[in-house]
Write a protein that binds this ligand. Structure first.
Ligand code: DGL
Length: 271
């Protein structure tokens, strides 16, 4: 009995290449306020979107080891680039030692459950190159026509605070104005930075395209898995912790925008 109580009160580890995954952390916190979160942003190595799959796997293994040392009952890979490159490796490497949740599967389930015919996917180069969304969507919904596009300007643009303005409108118009995207019924925002421009994208499509991101769907997946494993925390007794591998004041300022409230970033030297 005592053992079950201990396991429930362990933390949820969450990681991303930087601060984009804070959009997912915030959704998890809202859905599961009793849970204690430990966030790790690998700011020393961002962007992951331009890295090789091997490099992303190496970073993800090291970060997961750090989070496991902090006693995490679950690790959420709050980055599409890392979810596509490293999820299977992490499952194999840490088998039986913790639970893993990626951000790809919940989004794929959400869009295929609705049965859309024409689905667009925008993400980093690493995620698009992996073909993970196309393959998983087609596996669940054969009739789907999937249009994928790497949109590498979007993440740095958002991090620099250029959204809801002329610059973001122009970048979004240029990317989404491509003719393959004229027929889509649903668009997946397959990068954890993009929830910050969700409204702009919905407006771009005159609210006629269903725009899905990986915040609430991932929080629900986390909640379901913890419930199934009887690992939901009963109460939170300490403050959430937020680590980065390379601290700057500007990351801390931007982190607030992604998380939706003021947070204190601490440095964790894991490299
Ligand atoms: N947040 C990362 C993702 O979801 C993208 C940012 C990066 O390239 O590091 O893929």
């Amino acid at each position: 009995m005592e053992e079950i109580t201990d396991a429930r009160s362990k933390s949820i580890g969450i990681f991303d290449s930087g601060i984009g995954g804070l959009t997912v952390a915030n959704a998890i916190q809202k859905t599961l306020p009793n849970e204690h979160l430990i966030y790790f942003g690998d700011t020393a190595h961002l962007p992951y979107g331009d890295k090789s799959a091997d490099a992303i796997r190496f970073y993800s293994l090291k970060i997961s080891k750090f989070l496991l040392e902090q006693n995490c009952k679950m690790i959420v890979i709050a980055c599409n680039s890392a979810s596509s490159a490293a999820y299977n490796t992490l499952l194999d490497f840490f088998e039986g030692r913790t639970l893993f949740v990626n951000v790809v599967d919940p989004l794929v389930s959400a869009v295929t459950d609705k049965g859309y015919d024409n689905i667009g996917v925008i993400a980093t180069k690493a995620t698009i190159r992996s073909n993970i969304y196309r393959d998983k969507i087609k596996h669940r919904l054969q009739k789907a026509n999937v249009q994928s596009m790497a949109t590498p300007l979007l993440a740095p643009m958002i991090e620099e605070g250029f959204y809801q303005g002329n610059i973001s409108h122009s970048v979004i118009d240029t990317y989404l104005g491509r003719k393959e995207f004229a027929i889509i019924d649903a668009l997946l925002l397959a990068c954890t930075h993009y929830p910050l421009i969700k409204n702009e994208i919905e407006t771009y499509f005159n609210n006629k395209v269903a725009v899905l991101d990986s915040t609430d769907v991932v929080a629900n997946a986390v909640s379901e898995l913890l419930r199934k494993e009887n690992l939901l925390a009963l109460e939170r007794t300490k403050k959430n912790e937020f680590y980065v591998s390379d601290y700057t004041k500007s990351f801390e300022d931007t982190a607030k925008v992604f998380y939706g409230e003021e947070i204190e970033l601490k440095t964790a030297n894991i490299w």
